[in-house]
Design a protein around this ligand. Structure first.
Ligand code: GLU
Length: 511
């Protein structure tokens, strides 16, 4: 088999959408699985939609999720440059070749003339008002004008575009790796502009020329490009490249969480989840968007989640590291049906990945979060906190937000818990426990536990009956992580202080 060469070819028109990350990921998985090459090409020929900073954002986003690039912008390679705006002359050459071979033509129609054509067709009841094999013969182009007229117009500097001469009656077919045979009649395809009047190619020409020159073997991209694929097939044919035409794989759409329609940034905003991998500050609108990274998603969890949006391994295994995905991935197991974007599933993956991290690793996250909040914490304490919080969190920041009582003495108590659990038994045990704890020479979670057992046994009240009241007096709440470890983390003195405060503040409810 030919060496696999795949490309991710985003247009720098804004932040990289999460769906784009999935496209890049599938390309990357195939490249790594086959020992092939992953290429990053920037498709920036539409100057009107160019957004400064978008290219750099794409590069940073791919790096964050762990998609490495073998050839492309920022890396270089044998087919450089990899930015289409720097390859203008190359496209001009192939456009000329198409003209010389009778597969393309110059068109001089002005915007007004094009509009008039559409009006005329509309008035005549034609559904699709297209510039095509029929209508082109009524327009001003090198098929209807004489050679001399064309020459005169060009010499006068009249703006023109180059259009593809789509045959009138031809079945265009392609065998998509995901969708199977796709057949389109050429009468459905219009004479697409290949070169614009500013001398820049359109997406179609640049994309096909570059895929050919860069020796791309598989074009893996979103379903929204499927309608363009027959046109691309025609281009391969007219340029005499049919033999080396890449295989196409059009990925299923990402659907809204409701499953009803394509996922949009608006859905994400409304439902409060990110749509971009990293924070994005749009320089054109000044809009700010929070990224997956800044929301606390781990890159490996996000990758695992995205891999499953359209693909499945055919087994019940759900947790896959990048290396495992590289081994298990196959285009055959990508579905045709749209994939519902379920943010709860993304959070579930994040929980699983957080759980599987070592306490030491989590402590690094926690210390960063605490630093940002201006709170001091030793590494030893951060490791202990990680150990009791890791099973309870969705995002690293939860280790802080759900456990502020580990840093600050609570000043209030959950009243509903107090009403139910703060009773005479609780006061008896907690007072005795407070006295025993204050006398201890050593203190840790085990000693705290043993001491509680001794105290409850001596007063004859089961620990189970007062445990929630004890937790309330130490943390202010009725539920939370391992209480004995909580005591170890906050330390003997602080525990005694908190018990004193609770005993003074909480009142036994008299029925
Ligand atoms: N530039 C196109 C995009 O922005 C690339 C489509 C393709 O992969 O052919 O998605």
């Amino acid at each position: 088999m030919k060496d696999v060469r795949v490309r991710f070819a985003p247009s720098p028109t804004g932040a990289l959408h999460i769906g784009g990350v999935r496209t890049a990921l599938y390309n990357y998985l195939l490249a790594r699985q086959t020992g092939g090459t992953m290429i990053l090409r920037i498709e920036d020929t539409d100057q009107t939609r160019y957004v400064p900073g978008a290219e750099e954002y794409i590069v940073r986003s791919l790096a964050w999720v762990g998609i490495t690039i073998d050839e492309g912008v920022g890396v270089g390679g044998p087919h450089a440059p990899y930015r289409q705006s720097e390859r203008k002359e190359i496209y001009a050459k192939y456009a000329k070749q198409l003209i010389d071979n009778g597969h393309a033509y110059y068109a001089f129609d002005t915007e007004d003339e094009l509009e008039q054509m559409r009006e005329r067709l509309k008035a005549a009841g034609v559904d699709q008002q297209q510039y095509n094999s029929i209508t082109r013969m009524q327009m001003r182009n090198s098929l209807t004008l004489s050679e001399q007229e064309v020459k005169t117009l060009m010499e006068a500097g009249t703006p023109y575009v180059i259009r593809l001469k789509v045959p009138r009656k031809e079945e265009v077919r392609l065998n998509d790796l995901i969708r199977g045979w796709v057949m389109v009649h050429s009468s459905q395809i219009d004479d697409k502009v290949l070169m614009k009047s500013d001398g820049m190619p359109t997406y179609h020409l640049a994309n096909v020329v570059d895929d050919y020159l860069m020796k791309i073997t598989h074009v893996i991209r979103g379903e929204e490009w499927l309608p363009s694929a027959p046109l691309h097939v025609l281009l391969y044919k007219f340029l005499d490249w049919e033999e080396v035409m890449p295989q196409f794989a059009h990925l299923p759409l990402l659907l809204k969480p409701s499953g009803d329609g394509k996922l949009s940034k608006r859905d994400a905003d409304q439902m409060g989840f990110p749509i971009f991998p990293l924070d994005w500050n749009d320089p054109t609108t000044n809009e700010k968007a929070v990224g997956y990274r800044e929301s606390g998603y781990l890159p490996d969890a996000l990758v695992n989640f995205l891999a499953f949006l359209g693909w499945n391994p055919g087994t019940t295994q759900e947790i896959f590291s990048m290396d495992e995905l590289i081994k298990a991935f196959s285009i055959e197991r990508i579905g045709k049906a749209g994939a519902r974007f379920d943010i709860q599933k993304a959070q579930w993956f994040n929980q699983q990945y957080l759980k599987s991290k070592s306490n030491e690793e989590l402590a690094i996250y926690l210390i960063d979060i605490l630093n940002a909040a201006g709170v001091d914490c030793s590494q030893e304490k951060a490791i202990k906190i990680s150990s009791i919080m890791k099973d309870r969190i969705t995002f690293p920041k939860d280790m802080w937000e759900q456990a502020k009582f580990l840093f600050f003495t609570p000043t209030t108590f959950d009243q509903s818990v107090a009403d139910k659990k703060w009773n005479a038994d609780a006061v008896t045990v907690i007072s005795a426990y407070r006295d025993s704890l204050s006398k201890l020479a050593h203190f840790d979670a085990n000693i705290a536990k043993e001491t509680l057992e001794t105290v409850t046994a001596s007063v004859g009240i089961g620990a189970g009956k007062i445990l929630q009241a004890l937790r309330l007096s130490i943390t202010g709440a009725g539920a939370g992580p391992d209480l004995m470890m909580v005591m170890e983390i906050i330390g003997q003195q602080e525990v005694v202080k908190r018990l004193d405060f609770a005993l003074q503040t909480l009142k036994v409810k008299v029925a």
